[in-house]
Ligand binder design. Structure first.
Ligand code: TYD
Length: 202
């Protein structure tokens, strides 16, 4: 079945994307949709090992970009494509838009280099839909401050996240037909209402 959809969730750390992803996945399941939830970096045994390194080990910005795409290569081949091919929908907690936002916007890796990697790793595969959880950075930082331990990205300064947020919004503006931008500072029931409208379109 070629109608299985590939949906990605994106946003700065602290936007609440993971909580909303769970709700969204359950809502789809309730509609009888067979789906797989996965994440990046990660999603495969090698990808999860790379995640460990990426979240903890300081490295050059371009090394970071290369490792993100290396993990993605495994993920696309081993998990995403086979699932879609067998008719299973895939929801991924982050995908390449995160590389454009964090490594591109946040760290300053040239977009042309990231575009080359994107071409290399998944030229013929793009998400059917990307939910971008957009939130003012002060609000996201406030939410993160409740976490006991912060990873290498979460420890970055506010300005880093401002650049990440802007890069996400630029990316959404470039391909608006693929993106749904969700105002993530709204109360949870309001966000769920927006998500329910999207679920109802399937
Ligand atoms: P995240 O979804 O925030 O994991 P958790 O909710 O468990 O903290 O993802 C981990 C981090 O990886 C996040 O800070 C963003 C970063 N990241 C990139 O910088 N580039 C990428 O391409 C991806 C997929 C993630």
């Amino acid at each position: 079945m070629s109608s299985a959809k590939f949906i990605t969730f994106e946003g700065v750390d602290g936007a609440g994307k993971s909580t909303h992803l769970e709700w969204f996945a359950n809502a789809l399941r309730q509609r009888g949709i067979n789906l797989l939830v996965t994440r990046e970096p990660g999603g495969t045994p090698l990808g999860e090992r790379l995640r460990e390194i990426l979240l903890n080990q300081p490295m050059h910005a371009e090394t970071e970009a290369l490792l993100m795409f290396a993990a993605r290569r495994e993920h696309v081949e081993q998990v995403i494509r086979p699932a879609l091919k067998s008719g299973t929908w895939v929801i991924s907690d982050r995908f390449s838009d995160a590389s454009f936002a964090y490594q591109g916007g946040g760290r300053g890796v040239p977009l042309a280099k990231l575009e080359q990697l994107e071409q290399w790793v998944h030229a013929d595969l793009q998400p059917d839909l990307t939910l971008l959880f957009d939130i003012p950075i002060e609000v996201a930082r406030q939410r993160l401050s409740n976490n006991v331990s912060l990873d290498r990205f979460e420890q970055e300064r506010g300005e880093f996240f401002e650049r990440v947020r802007q890069a996400y919004l630029v990316r959404a503006a470039k391909t608006p037909q693929r993106f749904a931008v969700i105002r993530a500072e709204n109360a949870i029931p309001e966000v769920h209402q927006e998500l329910a409208k999207i679920v109802a379109t399937f």
